[in-house]
Design a protein around this ligand. Structure first.
Ligand SMILES: NC(=O)c1ccc[n+]([C@@H]2O[C@H](COP(=O)([O-])OP(=O)(O)OC[C@H]3O[C@@H](n4cnc5c(N)ncnc54)[C@H](O)[C@@H]3O)[C@@H](O)[C@H]2O)c1
Length: 272
């Protein structure tokens, strides 16, 4: 496995690196001496973040297979390989399931699910080819473990990311590949996620989803909002420990466990 205790000089690629969790992770990794590439769809924010962090900016749309493959080709060309790929770019908006249009589903799945799939297809071969080992991290969410009304589109996509990443981890285990995998599952983090519509492609038909700054709502104010730097530190610690999951909010465990309890009770219920 790639040794995160000695990362200096190694190459990291962070998608969604122009803002929030991705930017914080990129800053942390650059601070440890890694050569960091940040990939993002928001050109201006990307260039600003790269200058601030001392990273290389490569404009990328993770929802496009061609764009992610071009990112991989460019990283390979410029750096000769990659040690760490962080599939983190994501979007969230709110709507009741019945009010979501096909274009809403398309957008959220194109970015949150196909973004990860394209990353696996383009970067896994590069991580595998790296004799020093490689690591794949993906940002899912606590929303990949329990459901919340109005966040259905996002939640469905993050359940899919969990299944994708857990299956990949199971398939990598025992192959002899020197590739580690970590699934980041944050609770509420103060970022620009609540303004995700800024990145919705103009070509997609308007939908029923709207931006919502959950942090500013009465419900949201009851939650513990943490800063992206703390999330990046939690991720790094999990990678060093070789953990599959990195959770940020232990106090949310009862939500997940309650679902599991209900499933367990239903599984064990008498059939007749
Ligand atoms: N903020 C939270 O409370 C929270 C909680 C759990 C999980 N997450 C997840 O964390 C990840 C990062 O989000 P964040 O909270 O830092 O939000 P953010 O909006 O601050 O950052 C997301 C970044 O992704 C980029 N992006 C959006 N669409 C893209 C595309 N098609 N191609 C490339 N880049 C694109 C945005 O430009 C932005 O820079 C997401 O996967 C999100 O679902 C966030």
């Amino acid at each position: 496995m790639f040794d995160m205790d000695n990362p200096a000089g190694k190459v990291a690629v962070v998608t969604g690196g122009a803002s929030g969790i991705g930017k914080a992770a990129a800053r942390l990794l650059a601070g440890r001496g890694m050569r960091v590439v940040i990939a993002d769809i928001e050109q201006e924010a990307l260039e600003q973040a790269a200058a601030e962090i001392g990273a290389t900016a490569i404009p990328t749309d993770v929802s496009s297979e061609q764009s992610v493959q071009a990112l991989a080709d460019e990283v390979q060309r410029r750096f000769g390989g990659v040690h760490f790929y962080f599939s983190n770019a994501g979007v969230a908006s709110t709507a009741r399931i019945e009010d979501m249009t096909t274009s809403d589903w398309q957008w959220i799945f194109d970015v949150n699910v196909f973004g990860v799939i394209h990353g696996i297809r383009a970067f896994l071969p590069l991580l595998r080819a790296n004799e020093e080992g490689g690591h794949f991290a993906v940002t899912a969410s606590i929303a990949g473990h329990h459901v919340t009304p109005m966040l259905g589109g996002y939640t469905v996509s993050k359940f899919a990311v969990m299944a994708l990443a857990e299956t990949l981890a199971a398939e990598l285990a025992g192959t002899g590949d020197k590739i580690g995998l970590t699934i980041l599952c944050p609770g509420p983090v103060s970022t620009q996620l609540g303004a995700s519509q800024r990145n919705r492609p103009g070509a997609l038909a308007a939908g029923g989803m709207v931006d919502s700054n959950l942090e500013a709502t009465e419900e949201g104010a009851k939650l513990r909002w943490i800063d992206p730097d703390s999330v990046a530190a939690i991720l790094l610690r999990a990678i060093k420990r070789g953990d599959l999951y990195a959770f940020t909010h232990p106090e949310m465990a009862p939500l997940v466990l309650e679902r599991n309890r209900q499933v367990e009770a239903a599984l064990n219920a008498p059939i007749e």
